[in-house]
Design a protein around this ligand. Sequence first.
Ligand SMILES: *[C@@H]1O[C@H](CO)[C@@H](O)[C@H](O)[C@H]1NC(C)=O
Ligand SMILES: *[C@@H]1O[C@H](CO)[C@@H](O)[C@H](O)[C@H]1NC(C)=O
Ligand SMILES: *[C@@H]1O[C@H](CO)[C@@H](O)[C@H](O)[C@H]1NC(C)=O
Ligand SMILES: *[C@@H]1O[C@H](CO)[C@@H](O)[C@H](O)[C@H]1NC(C)=O
Ligand SMILES: *[C@@H]1O[C@H](CO)[C@@H](O)[C@H](O)[C@H]1NC(C)=O
Length: 382
Amino acid sequence: MHQVSSDSRCPFPPGSFNSMLRPPFVALVTLIGSVGVTNAWFRVACGDPLVQERLDPIISPGGNPSNHVHTINGGSNFNPTYTYNNLRASSCTNCFVAQDLSNYWYPKLYFQDPRTHLFEPVPDGGLLVYYQNRGDGDVSNGGAGLKAFPPGLKMITGDPKRRTKKFPIGLGTQDELRERAIQWSCLRFTVGLPGYDDNGTGFPTTDCEAGLNASLHFPACWDGVNLDSADHVSHTAFLSGLDNGVCPTGFVYMMKLFFEVTWSVNNFSGRWNATTDKWPFVYAHGDPTGFGWHGDFQNGWDTTALQNAINNCNNPNDPTGSGVTEACKFLTVNTADFANQCKIAPVVNEVINGTLTKLPGCNPLQFGPQDATIFTAATCPQ
Ligand SMILES: *[C@@H]1O[C@H](CO)[C@@H](O)[C@H](O)[C@H]1NC(C)=O
Ligand SMILES: *[C@@H]1O[C@H](CO)[C@@H](O)[C@H](O)[C@H]1NC(C)=O
Ligand SMILES: *[C@@H]1O[C@H](CO)[C@@H](O)[C@H](O)[C@H]1NC(C)=O
Ligand SMILES: *[C@@H]1O[C@H](CO)[C@@H](O)[C@H](O)[C@H]1NC(C)=O
Ligand SMILES: *[C@@H]1O[C@H](CO)[C@@H](O)[C@H](O)[C@H]1NC(C)=O
């Protein structure tokens, strides 16, 4: 189920083919991840989720419940209110790198049966978090080196309100980069079949018989002062080329986070017809378009360990620079069996699995193209 477990020791970069993880005839239609493979990277794989529930300490600090259901990974002291010291005191993490007690979360995906209109959760293979040395600040690009995330940093990428694409690809503004940060590939057994879209476009429309790859680039630039901001965005910035380039003047170059989740949409292949039915997968925030795909991060790293890993485990010519996290002596990689034991009980008491008549919370499907309305219990139209 959690394919990531068997995958945790395989040093394949994003864009490479992993035969343990994917069926042997899967071919990706595009390999955008091959850009920048000469830069170093390592990854933090996560096992069975820590918890799934409607909490979001960044968007709804202290709020219980928050708007929509997330799959939450990382340090066990996750709760509606975040402090770095509290998170550092976590007793375990469901992700595999012991020095990292950060939390990583993203919305849960549901299948809506086209006949009954009922919702069922879609399994995924677990979160892979790539830590990528990118941008002009990286030593391999002639820069002075990247900085570890400051204690207390919170970051988001994507926007749950979005339901369409607004900007021409390559415009290069922060809003356009945020749109492009969302990427999809429809994993197919046959090369050349349609269904793949990229550069911040929405869900595919055809069956992805080997699963749906959803990925997210995070901002890699920090204003050097604020650990969060009112919009949760403006204290950070994307690199000018998203995956490379420069930070805005005065911003600090950090490692770049890249999330990769493979959804087992193929588990539902026999239950919809791509010719006659519309795409039946929807995010927990009432998003049937995919444009609202997003992810969140709150830092729980041992700062010294992360900075040591950045500075010393980045040689592109040896395994420390090519994704073998175990080769980095500053990091300890736990086994999947160990990580999978780290779970916490949900504090929001509601049913989120099984067959549901509606998405948890107030999340009616909103097809756009205008931005979705975020409802609260008080403003819920249903
Ligand atoms: C998933 O998509 C991203 C972005 O297009 C790509 O870099 C990555 O290689 C893909 N991974 C897999 C396993 O398909
Ligand atoms: C995505 O952007 C790249 C680089 O700008 C471009 O080559 C490619 O055609 C775009 N893909 C789509 C589906 O628009
Ligand atoms: C989903 O499909 C995967 C294989 O793609 C399989 O291992 C798993 O058991 C399926 N899960 C469910 C709940 O059907
Ligand atoms: C899907 O619908 C089309 C058009 O009605 C039909 O020709 C095809 O056989 C259907 N496919 C399946 C798998 O039912
Ligand atoms: C829902 O299912 C997921 C995936 O199997 C599991 O991790 C989670 O604990 C379940 N949550 C609840 C509240 O049943």
